[in-house]
Structure formats: C-alpha cells, structure tokens
Ligand binder design. Structure first.
Ligand code: 6R9
Length: 648
C-alpha cells in the first residue's frame, strides 16, 4: 500500500470545541497527556490505584518476554469486589447500579447492595455446581441483569467466563465451548427480541451433544416458554441461586489471573479466543470509562446500547461502569420495538446523561427520520459516544444535532476486542472534535500509522494503524495458541501491534480510521478506502447507509461497487444513481466514482452492527455467497439478491 494513496481524499473542515461548563469540571484535563508522556508507566501505576487491591502491586509492566506482557504482576485483587462490594462498603449501597428495561416493558431497579447479594448467591451456586477457580464457564444469555450477575459471579470465584452472543447458532456455540473447554453453561429459556419470545435453550441442547465435558447447565427463566430439561444436568437458576446465602468472601486473585475469553470471528479461519486478565484490564476499562465519558457516579445516568456478547458489553456495561460505581440503563431489546422511538423514550424516562452506541444504529435512526427523536426530551444528554465502525461525518453531525441538542460532545472511540478497552478517542472536556475522526491516542497509549516498510508516515498520509507500546488491557494471548497470537498481531511489523485497520493522519497529526485493511480497494493502482467512499455517499441527502466493495475488474484491477439504502424521502431512479456517482466524484475525485451503485433495502451486518463487505463482494463478483453464520439476520442476503437485477 503506497502511503500517498491510502485515500487521503476526504476533506472535513468542521470543528467543535468542548462545552465550557464541561471543560471546567472535567474529570481529565490536557495535563493527563503531558503526565503520561513524561512517564507512561507511572501514569498507569497511578490509574491502577483507582482500584482496591488486596496486595498493592510494586511492579507495573513486565515486558521481558515480548509480546507476552504482564501488568501489575505482583498485585492481587478481586474484580467483583471492585465492581460491587467496595461501593457498598463506601456507603453507596442504595445507589442504583442497573435500571433494567425489558423489551415487553417490564423494568427493575437493582441497587449496589442488591447486586452484591445477587452476585454472592450466584457465586455460591457456581461453587455448589462444582465450578472451581480456573475453570471455564460459557455464558449464553439475553440482555438481562442475570448476564451481569453471571459474569461477576465467575470473576468473584476466579472462573474464566466466555460469553457467546445469544444470536449465535448451536454450531458456533459448540465450537466456542469446545475451544474453551467449559464445564458449565449459563443460559436462559429465551429472551425478547422484536416483540416475541425467542428460545435460547434448544441451541445449547443441540451444542452440548458435541460437548461431553459440560457437567451442568444453569438456566435463567426469562420468558416462561416450554423448555426441555435434561435430568441431572440442567438446573434452574431460581432453584439453586435463590436458596444460597448472600454471604460470600471474595478471595483476591493474581493480577494476571484469566478473567475472560471472548471469541472474535474474523473473516476467515477458526474463531480466536481473545484472553484478558484481571488487574491491567480492569485498570484501563475503569480509567477510560471515567476519562472518556467524564463519568460523575453521583449524578450521571449512563447507557451503553451494546450487547453483553460483544467486548463493548464486557468493558463498558459490566467492568468499567461498575468499577466506577455508575448508575446505568440496560435494555433487553431492539430499537424499533414496539416503536421507532424506543431509545429516546428510555433516555427521557431515566434521564440518561451519557449515551454510547454504534454508527450503524445512528445511520438507522437517520433513515427513520428526524421527527422521531424530536418527539422526546433528550436534554439530559451531555456526552455521546460512538464505537464499532468509522462514523461517517454526516452521521456524526446528525448525532450531535438531533440527539445531542447541538451541544453534547461526541467521543468516537477506536478500540478492539483485542485491546480490551478504548485506545484512540477525544476527551470530552479537552478535545476540539472533528466529525469522523477518533483523533488521538488516549494518555498512556502509543498509536501511529506506518507504511508497508514499517516507516511512520508523515502528517497528511495514510497506511496501517499500529500500537507501539504495550498497554494494560491488551490481550495476553489467543487461548491455547500462543503462536497464532504472535503471527496475527506481532509479525507484520517488528515489535509493533498490527491492528488490521487502515488509517491516515491529517495535517494536525489526528488519526482517521479507514476500515479493515482487507476491505481496502485497489483501483487502477490507487488504494481507496471503503470508508471514505461510504462517507461521501452518506453525505448526499438521499442516502441513509452505504457499503462499498472492490470487485475484480478486467481493466482497473478492482472496480468500486456501492450498495446504498435511501432515506425515506428518496426514490430509486437512473438519474439519482447518476447523481450519486457525480456526487462522489465531486467529493473525493473522479478516481473514487463507483462503477456501479445498487439500491437495496438492507445491508448484511454482524450482531455487533459491522457491515460484512465480504458477502457483498461475493454478490458484486457474481459468486455464491460465503459463510453467513455470523450475520445478525440470515435472511438479509436473499432479500438483497432479490432486489437486484439478475445481472449488473
Ligand atoms: C470495540 C469493537 C474491532 C474493529 C476495529 C475497527 C472497528 C471499532 C471503531 C472502529 C473506526 C471506531 N472499530 N471502533 N473503526 N472507528 N471508533 O468494536 O471491537 O468487535 O473487536 O471490532 O472495529 O475496524 O478493528 P471489535
């Protein structure tokens, strides 16, 4: 990839200074950058002291055997104690930890004191079921409070959890249970999605036919639907958990004790079990949540809309917010049930002050229309977060205007399952933000952009995003496969972590993420980022969403093919398609004009909202569509194909 070309095309000139009142009271100021650059390890050692350690660490980083890091290795602590007990001990037991909102409209408020009892009972139940420190437990649950309780109960006794998306198939669950060698599975009869009760337990029954090592299945009753039970193996949560004592002493674990495994599917090959450990992970999850959202635990109401089966749910629903004693909303269902204003209704109901969601959701809300959020009182919102994909500048501006009342700062947070916590993001009280840019590495984090030869690119050029120093919440390895850990992340560029994302630095040195390197297109010898062409398309008033791929082309090597979803107000016509091509040409230059633009009703996405361009490439190149097992909605590909003319 030549650096002059990795599409340094998009010009975005809008700037937004932090609100003065927020800046004046901000948890973290510009001084943090200076402090961390002076002594990065001292900075992280100080952040680690935000936690309650049973044994204070005297070592910060052990990097004597790279790329295998140890952070705070001689310290010991209990994650569940840090997330729950210590807040009760500090006199905040009556503070609401979780406002749970079920999809059918049921709700529950759980205080820190109640959460402590619930986690202790669940920990006692796990022990009764024969789970011991070091064992693996698979969690396959809907978005209900028991998911949080199950994860914390594992952390409390030192069992390593592996959460699997409630939407994954029996085969996907089976391979993850086998790889982690889990001995217990925690699931539910079902959950509510899109207005109906969807069963979960049958997938576990099917998966376990291939997993003889699983001794017990702990089943939460959520929907009350008929559920098959295997005598001796299956146990109802309410039968065993409710009769346990609410006392359980949380033993300290080593800072490097395995906290969880989370599988990332990647585009090819067997899923990778990303391993995270205890002290460094919790330090960075807690500090970034405090710094990037400016969380004030006494007054904020925080809501992260991610699923618990995604890393965002781990770090920014469970561990970060609870370590900080936050009050948060957890919502079970989808944003359009029973109506398209459900999110805004929830924000109004609970007075949510900090919202963390994904660009895919924001683009969907744009498509549904400005009038929907306008019906609700969103004035409580003071910080807005984005994660999961590059956010197109138009979606960013829409988010700020229509959700943030034209004043709430947006923090576009770049990170990965592998990084464990946020790495590149504005700070809401410090950064003058630019729509579409994650901007700069957080204090204590070292990121840059390099070319094919590992040379750092100058400002204004593009290449590959790399992390140049170890960080506390970094993955420790791929579960059971150290070599694959080295090969995947540490071999492309000597001594640097290869993130797999394309990026560019602008004239100020701020970082713009350009999507996965596998998605970059090569057109007539120019590297063009899918993200920038998509952002240009979304910048046209007729377009709500788009996905761009490079399809093999006899003359240009690859040709740009765009799939677009129109906004409610626009209709498909050859003139509109021509206008969109011209619009991209004007915005980015003639080289970036799509050869074809196909208007569709849906785009293929994973459960975490990422567009699966690989499947669109199959369509664009006229191939049989590949593996669709990680799609959120498996019918989407048929729908898209039925909407396209047979050829071209
Ligand atoms: C947290 C999460 C990681 C990949 C990452 C990148 C994309 C995430 C982003 C972003 C641009 C952002 N990504 N946040 N791209 N701007 N703010 O999403 O983890 O599911 O492992 O995905 O998501 O491509 O490499 P994960």
């Amino acid at each position: 990839m030549s650096n002059e070309s990795l599409a340094n095309l998009l010009k975005e000139e809008r700037r937004f200074a932090p609100p003065a009142e927020l800046a004046a009271e901000a948890n973290v100021t510009a001084a943090a950058y200076a402090q961390a650059s002076e002594d990065r390890l001292a900075f992280w050692a100080e952040q680690a002291r935000r936690l309650d350690w049973a044994t204070e660490p005297t070592e910060t980083l052990d990097w004597s055997n790279p790329p295998f890091a140890k952070w705070f290795a001689d310290g010991t602590l209990n994650v569940a104690h840090n997330c729950v007990d210590r807040h009760v001990e500090a006199g905040n037991g009556d503070r609401v930890a979780i406002h749970f909102e079920g999809e059918p409209g049921d709700s529950r408020a759980i205080t820190y004191a109640q959460l402590k009892d619930e986690v202790s009972r669940a920990a006692n139940a796990l022990l009764e079921l024969g789970v011991a420190k070091g064992d693996r437990v698979a969690v396959y649950l809907p978005m209900i409070p028991e998911a949080v309780v199950a994860m914390l109960a594992c952390a409390r006794i030192g069992a390593t959890h592996s959460v699997v998306f409630g939407g994954f198939s029996a085969d996907a669950v089976a391979s993850r249970i086998q790889d982690a060698d889990a001995k217990l599975v925690i699931t539910a009869d079902g959950g509510y999605r899109r207005g109906k009760a969807t069963a979960l337990k049958p997938a576990i029954d099917e998966a376990l036919a291939k997993c003889p090592q699983v001794e017990h299945v702990l089943v939460v009753r959520r929907t009350g639907q008929d559920t098959a039970f295997t005598e001796g193996r299956d146990v109802w949560w309410h039968d065993i958990v409710e009769r346990q004592p609410a006392e359980h002493t949380a033993e300290p674990h080593d800072a490097e004790h395995p906290l969880f495994i989370l599988y990332t599917s990647g585009t090819t090959g067997k899923p990778k079990g990303i391993l995270h450990t205890t002290g460094g992970y919790l330090t960075q999850a807690a500090w970034t949540h405090h710094a990037v959202f400016d969380l004030k635990p006494e007054s904020d109401v925080y809501w992260c809309t991610a699923d618990i089966g995604w890393v965002t749910g781990h770090s920014y629903i469970v561990y970060g917010p609870l370590a900080n004693g936050a009050t948060q909303v957890i919502y079970e269902g989808t944003p359009d049930t029973p109506h398209q204003g459900r999110f805004w209704e929830i924000i109004q109901k609970y007075g949510v002050t900090i919202l963390y969601t994904a660009p895919t959701a924001i683009r969907t809300f744009m498509k549904w229309g400005d009038d929907i959020p306008a019906k609700f009182d969103l004035s409580s919102l003071r910080v807005l977060g984005s994660v999961g994909e590059p956010i197109n500048p138009e979606a960013w501006v829409w988010y700020r205007e229509h959700i943030g009342g034209g004043k709430a700062p947006i923090v576009d947070t770049w990170w990965q399952t592998e990084t464990g916590a946020m790495m590149i993001s504005p700070l809401p009280g410090v950064t003058t933000t630019k729509p579409g840019s994650a901007q700069r590495a957080l204090p204590g984090i070292a990121a840059t952009v390099v070319d094919d030869e590992a040379r750092e690119v100058p400002d204004g050029a593009g290449g590959y995003l790399v992390l140049t120093e170890p960080w506390p919440s970094m993955l420790r390895t791929i579960w059971g496969d150290d070599q694959r850990y080295i090969d995947t992340y540490w071999s492309r560029f000597e001594g640097r972590y290869f993130a797999g994302d394309g990026a560019k630095k602008d004239e100020d040195g701020d970082i713009w993420l350009l999507g996965r390197v596998d998605d970059v297109m090569l057109v007539s010898g120019h590297n063009i980022s899918t993200t920038e062409v998509e952002s240009a398309l979304v910048g046209h008033p007729a377009v709500a969403e788009s996905a761009v791929v490079g399809a093999t082309d006899a003359t240009t090597g690859q040709a740009i093919v765009a799939f677009v979803i129109l906004r409610g107000t626009a209709t498909d016509s050859p003139e509109l398609v021509e206008e969109l091509r011209a619009h991209v040409g004007r915005t980015l230059g003639p080289i970036a004009k799509p050869k074809q633009i196909k208007v569709v009703g849906e785009l293929p996405k994973t459960r975490s909202g990422k567009i699966m361009r690989r499947l669109l490439r199959d369509i664009a190149e006229g191939r049989e569509v590949g593996d669709t097992t990680t799609l959120a909605d498996s019918t989407v590909m048929n729908l898209i194909q039925s909407q396209l003319p047979a050829q071209g």
